[in-house]
Design a protein around this ligand. Structure first.
Ligand SMILES: C[S@@+](CC[C@H](N)C(=O)[O-])C[C@H]1O[C@@H](n2cnc3c(N)ncnc32)[C@H](O)[C@@H]1O
Length: 288
């Protein structure tokens, strides 16, 4: 079958859902992934035929059901690194890359010579932990999650990127801190992108997120949207070294609540940071 014919089938089936440009973008990513043919190569050989059309037609069916492309491919890129993905983990977001960048720059500006101890809470695919391990060569990185299936994938991603990370399966809301890491062990950096979407935000969310991404990774009860932030900042206030830094990705509507929370927990030098879309999406505090 000619690839051009398949491209037309894509447009007929998907343009009304995604728009023509996005459908073209899906199509070219998929032909590159399955058949190693670029957009330019197809333009130069418009009659190009493929033998095995099953893969791309299966992808078309998945796109019709509004499955995210990253799950269909089973992989994505984050902070310039490759990551395997499946439906047990959140698809890493660009704003989380900005959080990673902020952590790396904050460490660089301190010119720390000794080895750093880093903990990522709610690691999911491992995107934050792996990117930090890769870019902070003097860091010893630990990562935890309550989901066994997420941790399995995060371990594969650590191997894929050739970094060593200690993974811990635990529930940060109920764990006893001494059990989590030895009582005397303290961290220089704790970072977390915990669940923060309130259930009342569901009507504004896209179907491809709501119907595919794990709700365990996304949602928190409307009554206590800062539940994870309370627990993690309490944990951090006991488990950070002096001058240690706590970094969070946050709900864009809760910036001021987060400043109040970190103040209450005695964090200093609190900084709220906007993402490239000028939304309050990150916060950091230091323990002094
Ligand atoms: C928003 S996702 C973040 C995933 C990844 N760090 C990222 O930035 O893409 C939140 C993660 O927290 C984990 N999680 C949810 N409840 C938890 C709990 N009680 N204890 C530990 N981890 C939890 C979820 O399994 C999920 O992987």
């Amino acid at each position: 079958m000619k690839l051009k014919e398949i491209q037309n089938t894509f447009h007929k089936a998907l343009d009304s859902v995604y728009g023509k440009e996005e459908v073209d973008s899906f199509f070219f990513i998929l032909i590159d992934f399955y058949y190693k043919i670029s957009r330019l190569q197809l333009a130069m050989a418009p009659d190009f035929k493929i033998e095995n059309k099953a893969a791309i037609l299966n992808a078309l069916e998945a796109l019709k059901q509004e499955q995210p492309l990253q799950y269909i491919l089973g992989e994505t890129e984050f902070y310039g690194l490759p990551f395997k993905l499946n439906k047990n983990v959140l698809i890493p977001r660009p704003e989380t890359e900005e959080l990673v960048e902020w952590v790396i720059n904050s460490v660089a500006s301190r010119a720390v010579k000794r080895s750093l101890s880093v903990l990522d809470i709610g690691t999911g695919s491992g995107c934050i932990a792996v990117s930090l391990a890769k870019n902070l060569p003097n860091a010893k990185v630990c990562a935890l999650d309550v989901s066994k299936k997420a941790l399995k994938l995060a371990k594969q991603n650590a191997e894929l990127n050739k970094v060593e990370i200690e993974f811990i399966e635990t529930d940060i809301l109920t764990c006893r801190h001494a059990e989590l890491v030895s009582a005397s062990h303290k961290f220089d950096i704790i970072v977390s992108n915990p669940p923060y979407v309130m259930k009342k935000e569901k009507p504004q969310m896209k179907n491809n997120v709501l119907n595919n991404e794990p709700h365990l990774a996304l949602f928190v009860n409307d009554e206590n949207p800062l539940l994870f932030y309370e627990a993690i900042s309490y944990f951090a206030s006991h488990k950070l070294n002096l001058n240690g830094m706590l970094f969070f990705e946050i709900n864009e509507y809760l910036g001021n609540d987060m400043i109040r929370l970190l103040n209450k927990k005695q964090f200093k030098n609190i900084e709220l940071k906007q993402d490239i879309f000028k939304k309050d999406r990150m916060i950091k505090g230091e323990l002094s």
